[in-house]
Write a protein that binds this ligand. Structure first.
Ligand code: PBG
Length: 326
């Protein structure tokens, strides 16, 4: 008889033959940076996640450094928004300031964190769309130079990687060319390649104050009914010169992660988004789920599906549990 239970008999055997493990070094923690001073505000729909002003970023930097995670992905909430999302491109805007602060802070401690800068306009536009508008339409090509300008501002400030998340066609190629021309050929681009129009972004839009004021994002983000089209998006980014591809959200799209893994040789990231985090936190708070076990199971599933890097709001909690384990 096939006795598959033989290798499950005790914890040593199970650990010895475990196929997948979650390494804290492969986790990225998103951080929301808000304009102003002395701010640390909890995001109501994301318990345990805060918006920090630049002067208080040291607090979360310390947590990330002691957690031993790979690094952070930065999102900015500017002082003012306008139709073009100018704040995204400002050399002295909230994200470049945050990057310079974190660089300096970590250097003082003789440590390093990977600093990934999200590149999008939605947190900076008065209308909340990820590109510029012409009537009700989000203009693709007119939005590209703004993305390039933003990516350059972040690279100059010292970002290790930029990650365009607007789903504009050609944005990876445009940013790649812009970076190369400005002497940043060594800075990688992570494409949010297959990013779906998803209700799971709800809490993020509270955190980043970035909900579209009219309409939705369905003319640029992907339709969640489409798996084959996701492959086209992934290969488009690859052809445009992306160094890392991404699938987002994660939990409801693990089939896409698996197919992506099988169809590219590039590294693959998944973004375990705000709504996925909020669901777990809410159920844990109600006493309906064991948070630690559920989060471990979820993060393991991402790696088992084929992810190389996971962007997750659970990163610090998970690292803390790992430390307890010894
Ligand atoms: C910006 C952006 C969003 C997220 C990452 N970058 C929001 C959106 O597209 O509406 C979502 C992240 C999350 O939900 O955690 N375009």
């Amino acid at each position: 008889m096939q006795r598959l239970r033989r290798l499950r008999r005790n914890a040593l055997l199970r650990d010895a033959f475990a196929e997948t493990c979650v390494q804290t070094k492969k986790l990225i923690y998103p951080v929301f940076v808000v304009w102003g001073e002395n701010k640390k505000e909890e995001v109501p729909s994301m318990p345990g996640v805060f918006r920090y002003s630049v002067d208080r970023l040291g607090e979360i930097a310390d947590e990330m450094l002691s957690a031993g995670i790979a690094g952070t992905m930065l999102f900015g909430i500017p002082e003012e928004k306008d139709a073009l999302g100018s704040g995204a491109c400002a050399e002295d805007g909230v994200v470049p300031r945050a990057i310079r602060f974190l660089r300096h802070y970590c250097a003082q401690k003789g440590k390093r964190l990977l600093i990934v800068a999200d590149v999008c306009l939605c947190e900076y536009t008065s209308h909340g769309h990820c590109g510029v508008l012409s009537g009700d339409d989000v203009e693709n090509d007119a939005s590209l130079p703004l993305h390039v300008k933003a990516a350059l501002a972040y690279a100059r400030a010292g970002a290790d990687m930029v990650a365009p998340s607007s789903m504009m066609d050609g944005v990876v190629a445009a940013i790649r060319a812009g970076l190369d021309e400005a002497g940043f050929s060594h800075i990688p681009v992570m494409g949010y390649s297959a990013k779906f129009a998803s209700a799971f972004y709800g809490p993020f839009r509270d955190a980043a104050d970035s909900a579209p004021q009219s309409g939705d994002r369905k003319s640029y983000q992907m339709d969640f009914r489409n798996g084959r089209e996701a492959l086209r998006e992934l290969s488009a980014d690859e052809e445009e010169g992306a160094d890392v591809l991404m699938v987002k959200p994660a939990l409801a799209f693990l089939d896409v992660v698996r197919v992506a893994r099988e169809n590219t040789r590039l590294p693959l990231a998944v973004y375990n988004v705000s709504g996925e985090y909020a669901m777990v936190k809410a159920a844990a708070r109600a006493g309906w789920l064991e948070e630690r076990r559920v989060v471990t199971e979820i993060l393991t599933a991402f790696f088992r599906a084929g992810a190389d890097l996971v962007i997750t709001y659970h990163a610090l909690d998970f690292a803390g549990w790992e430390r307890e384990n010894g």
